[in-house]
Design a protein around this ligand. Structure first.
Ligand code: ZN
Length: 233
């Protein structure tokens, strides 16, 4: 079980760095991923991780750059929001559509991976990680059909598959259920709040005012794993 510092990305004692994968992953997740990658390779897919473990500081760097307007901000429909016209509260609403509050990212756990099929990427194509890429006609559709039929036997599921009023759908984001289910249960509002309180993230006082709502909408509100014959919470 992950401890409070591991759950909130303030330790990396639970992850293994793998330079060959350009990724750091929680130990059991790494073993399951390697098995799934081998199975996919035997059917012609080149599963590649584009994002894995991210610590609190890395998440804060993303958050702070967006807060300062140094990275583009989009609303839930993908339209650009003008940084200068937004109040601090609106700014936070725009950031959380696409980026987790530091301390509340599932990527802190080392159980989460964003994946592509490298074998399907045409020369010169810039991977954008958009839902279209995973749908019929999209370059990663075949991989996602394979994942639909196979990832559960390796323990993986999609926590951001359907839009539930919080995080926008991210079908490429896979989670290793045997560890992440317990991690979600262990990451209580109190632990999340304490991590934010102890930090220097921009907009911290507003995040703390709204911490219960942010936790419910963006941390707790995810799809549950659906494994045949198994009940998970
Ligand atoms: Zn992700």
């Amino acid at each position: 079980m992950l401890n409070e510092l591991e759950l909130t990305g303030r330790a990396r004692t639970h992850v293994v760095q793998r330079d060959d994968l350009a990724a750091a992953l929680q130990r059991d997740t790494l073993a399951a991923f390697l098995a799934m990658k081998r199975a996919a390779e035997s059917e012609g897919f080149g599963i590649e991780i584009v994002s894995s473990f991210r610590d609190f500081a890395a998440q804060q760097a993303i958050w702070d750059r967006k807060y300062r307007g140094e990275r583009p901000l989009y609303d839930a429909h993908g339209n650009v929001r003008k940084h200068a016209t937004l109040t601090a509260a609106e700014l936070i609403d725009a950031i959380v559509c696409w980026s987790a509050v530091p301390g509340g990212s599932r990527h802190h756990w080392g159980t989460e991976i964003d994946v592509i099929d490298r074998a399907a990427v045409p020369e010169g194509y810039r991977v954008r990680l958009l839902p279209e890429e995973t749908r019929p006609g999209g370059i990663f559709h075949r991989l996602h059909q394979w994942l639909d039929g196979n990832m559960a036997r390796f323990g993986f599921f999609r926590p951001y598959c359907t839009f539930r009023g919080g995080v926008l759908p991210e079908p490429w984001h896979l989670s290793y259920a045997p560890v992440s289910t317990g991690a979600l249960r262990a990451l209580t509002l109190e632990i999340f709040e304490e991590a934010v309180r102890a930090s220097s993230i921009l907009g911290r006082s507003i995040v703390l005012q709204r911490v219960g709502d942010l936790y419910e909408r963006y941390v707790a509100n995810v799809d549950a794993p659906e494994f045949p014959g198994r009940q998970s919470g």
